[in-house]
Design a binder for this molecule. Structure first.
Ligand SMILES: Nc1ncnc2c1ncn2[C@@H]1O[C@H](COP(=O)(O)OP(=O)(O)OP(=O)(O)O)[C@@H](O)[C@H]1O
Length: 240
């Protein structure tokens, strides 16, 4: 799978339509940013793509075949990883948490080597034997990303991966996300802070009224550059 096209995703909560036939594509080595107001349906979409909640309607096109949701789920069960805003870490050390991410078949010597690489990859060597429960928010997220690096899913779904982080932790997190993207993962990030991810994003989608719209860089600029009230126009050049 280089690119997966999702189409006709419909979802209801009770009788209320949340997603109204939306479409998006995820490509290997690309990052898609998903914005939308509180309650727009971002988590609802991530939970469908993560295989947790069955949608009302769904279609995924791999380029070779069309998949319904249960086929998608079966096919991608081990290829999609969903990181919640507060990813779950076990009690035990950072090393234990990384160990758990490795398949059972990996032997002891290989495990030690892979864990060493993951600790190095995420800059966590000094915290290897620290209890995961005592980590700061930024460190905690780095362990979760190191686990993702070990698991190597094709699609990584992230809900607010930098929420409540200071600038330094945020930049480190974004750097790790960039590495995952550049190694070929498809990232889908739901966030209320599009500016944080601008250096990472290949595609920005905005969810409104159950539909996804592409946000172009021109539109993004228009939202952050304030319009001055007294701009001079040549006569006839502006909209009237
Ligand atoms: N299990 C559920 N049962 C009923 N309604 C739900 C359920 N899950 C979500 N909703 C509702 O669906 C709407 C979309 O919720 P969702 O969590 O997907 O939005 P969101 O875009 O992720 O919001 P936020 O930015 O606040 O996290 C909300 O109005 C929410 O209350």
């Amino acid at each position: 799978m280089n690119t997966l096209h999702f189409r006709q995703i419909h979802q209801y909560h009770g009788k209320r339509p949340i997603l109204n036939g939306l479409a998006l594509r995820l490509s290997q080595g690309e990052c898609c940013l998903l914005t939308g107001d509180n309650g727009a349906g971002k988590t609802t979409l991530l939970r469908i793509l993560g295989g947790f909640d069955p949608p009302k309607q769904f279609e995924a096109d791999t380029g070779f075949s069309l998949l319904n949701w249960s086929q998608y789920r079966k096919l991608l069960r081990d290829s999609v990883l969903y990181l919640h805003q507060q990813p779950y870490l076990f009690e035990g050390s950072v090393r234990d948490n990384l160990n758990y991410a490795l398949p059972r078949a990996v032997d002891k010597a290989q495990r030690q080597e892979r864990i060493r690489q993951a600790l190095q990859w995420a800059g966590l060597e000094h915290l290897a034997d620290t209890s995961a429960k005592t980590l700061s928010g930024g460190e905690y997220q780095r362990v979760a990303l190191a686990r993702a690096w070990l698991r190597q899913p094709r699609i990584l779904l992230l809900d607010e991966p930098t929420a409540n982080m200071d600038k330094d932790a945020r930049l480190r997190t974004i750097q790790l996300l960039r590495q995952l993207r550049d190694e070929g993962m498809a990232l889908l990030i739901a966030s209320h802070d599009p500016d944080y991810f601008s250096s990472l994003v290949n595609q920005h989608l905005h969810l409104q009224d159950g539909i996804l719209q592409t946000v172009t860089s021109a539109l993004r600029l228009a939202t952050i550059v304030p319009l001055t009230p007294h701009t001079h126009h040549h006569s006839g050049a502006g909209l009237s």
